[in-house]
Write a protein that binds this ligand. Structure first.
Ligand code: ADP
Ligand code: MG
Length: 382
């Protein structure tokens, strides 16, 4: 059974009829460009083969949803869809999308929805956005809503920021909605301009191994806030709108104007990371995929030493992957745990996984979990 079959079967079981259609939206991972988003810089995510499917049909009073990954089905009407936070738990991600669409003036059809997914929940691969993007795509089609592709990520961002109350940026929804197979999505977080960058891993015999460090949950909200504040303060001192405006060849001059050594390290990470994204894009455009490896590894060193957002588990996973022949590896995501991405020859996946497992066992860490991925399609009707 595929995930799509699961969603259709769940629909039949819950509502006793056939869905009108199936809509899919993937999880995502960021290849490079970390903590650059709120500095108005660059990111380069790609969509994962793991995705969330919404089987849906119009009808009913308001909106109903069930999920194979959640205990309880939810249903809500216009009142709850009008009040951010009124539906909590997993249903909030569905109600949030209905709210965001209605708040933007769209007439959202009442609908029944069944969800199935193979995006791991809470692992930093953005299952929440996969869910919201699948629901948004389904409701837009069911209602015949003409919503430009550029507008869709902003609607999902409002759903997650305002209705659910999670302070996320624009990358995850943009990736889930706008990525295309065998491409990474180069996203300018200032202008929201996107460009599809060739990233055909399979044709090159390559894979991205995603390693979930399974590091114990770290309450990193304060750390995130502190990093952000430091970057904003530095931009103010340097007299630029955002750190994105400090060019790589102006870095030394900028650093010389900052007294605080911690702030200098934060700035160095952001400025060099933006440049690494640009360099990665150039290499990928000329088909030199393996050569991005050192940029990934340099990104990791910068997050470890300058931005100081890694933990032992991710540092060990990166080193173990490199020891087993990865071309490059780095932590991906906000930090303090989460996943590592490693660029590897596809036929070395089991060696690299074994190397990580052995390094973890030696240190007594909770075992890591690994998935292989290639750049996959964004949200679509099946
Ligand atoms: P991430 O987005 O990194 O996976 P989040 O904590 O942002 O982690 O989102 C996970 C939450 O999203 C889950 O706890 C659940 O409420 C909701 N969710 C995501 N996918 C599904 C799904 N397929 N079915 C039900 N709830 C889901
Ligand atoms: Mg999320």
């Amino acid at each position: 059974m595929t995930v799509a079959d699961d969603a259709a079967a769940a629909f039949r079981k819950e509502y006793g009829s056939e869905p009108t259609g199936l809509w899919a939206a993937p999880g995502r991972v960021n290849l490079i460009g970390e903590h650059t988003d709120y500095n108005e810089g660059f990111v380069l995510p790609f969509a994962l083969p793991m995705r969330t499917i919404a089987a849906a049909a119009p009808g009913g009073e308001g909106w109903s949803a069930c999920s194979s990954l959640a205990q309880d089905p939810v249903s809500f009407g216009v009142a709850e869809a009008g009040a951010p936070g009124a539906v909590d738990g997993w249903g909030g991600y569905v109600a949030g999308v209905v709210w965001a669409l209605r708040d933007a003036g769209y007439t959202v059809p009442p609908a029944r929805i069944a969800i199935a997914s193979d995006v791991p929940l809470g692992s930093g691969l953005s299952s929440s956005h996969a869910l919201e993007c699948a629901v948004l795509t389904a409701l837009a089609d069911l209602g015949g809503l003409e919503i430009a592709i550029e507008e869709r990520p902003k609607l999902v961002q409002r759903s997650e920021n305002v209705y659910v109350g999670a302070p996320t940026g624009i990358m995850d929804q943009s990736a889930s909605l706008r990525c295309t197979a065998d491409h990474a999505l180069f996203l300018d977080c200032r202008t929201y301009a996107v460009e599809q960058i060739p990233f055909d891993l399979s044709a090159a015999g390559l894979t991205i191994l995603i390693i979930n460090s399974n590091a114990p949950h770290h309450h990193s909200d304060g750390e995130y806030g502190a990093r952000r504040k430091s970057c904003e303060e530095a931009a103010r001192i340097l007299g630029v709108p955002a750190l994105r405006d400090v060019p790589a060849d102006g870095l030394d001059a900028a650093l010389a104007r900052l007294d605080d050594p911690v702030m200098r390290r934060r700035v160095r990470h952001v400025v060099t990371e933006d440049q690494r994204v640009l360099d990665t894009v150039e290499l990928l455009k000329s088909g030199r995929i393996r050569e991005i490896g050192p940029l990934l590894t340099a990104s990791h060193a910068s997050m470890r030493d300058d931005f100081e957002i890694t933990v032992d588990q991710v540092d060990v996973a990166v080193q173990a992957a490199l020891d087993a022949g990865a071309y490059g590896a780095r932590m991906t995501g906000g930090g303090f745990g989460g996943c590592v991405v490693a660029l590897i020859d596809t036929d070395r996946a089991s060696e690299v996984t074994k190397s990580v497992d052995a390094a973890y066992a030696e240190r007594g860490f909770t075992p890591a979990t690994a998935w292989v991925a290639v750049a996959s399609a964004g949200a679509t009707k099946l």
